[in-house]
Ligand binder design. Sequence first.
Ligand code: RBF
Ligand code: ADP
Ligand code: MG
Length: 126
Amino acid sequence: VVTGFGRGSKQMGVPTANLDPETCGGEAVLSALPLGVYFGWAKREGESNWHECVLNVGKRPTFVDGDGTTIEVHVMGASDATPEYEDDFYGETMRVDVCGFIRPELRFDSLPELVARIKTDIGLAR
Ligand code: RBF
Ligand code: ADP
Ligand code: MG
């Protein structure tokens, strides 16, 4: 888990653990994948139980923040009102088992529109 753009929890209310692209095959592997939103299961170092998650594998076209592919995993709480974790876990290893594809990545005209769509993605993933 590496540092991202500092936007997930602060601006969107959706924290995303950004995985080091090199540990996921690097740009050569990632750029060959359909870019977009996936759902699956995630597990933090030391945890025995898997948690539901949504992840975005993409280039974040809504923002101007570089063109590298990022892998961002949001671990879902038991309900939308209950965050799964209270702490940060930068530097830890997170395992992700990706089960399916939800939609291609899109460019949104505003942050609230992106956040609304992410809530829909979370509902679909559940
Ligand atoms: N960024 C986009 O520009 N377009 C998207 O369609 C998009 N979908 C996302 C879906 C989910 C479930 C998540 C967690 C993130 C998504 N993002 C998308 C990435 C978002 O821009 C990024 O998490 C924040 O900018 C923080 O780095
Ligand atoms: P960054 O831009 O550095 O990725 P974010 O605002 O997206 O920062 O927050 C992500 C960080 O928050 C993760 O790296 C992790 O340490 C922590 N975190 C706390 N709860 C969660 C969660 N439910 N899902 C993902 N990351 C979480
Ligand atoms: Mg993040």
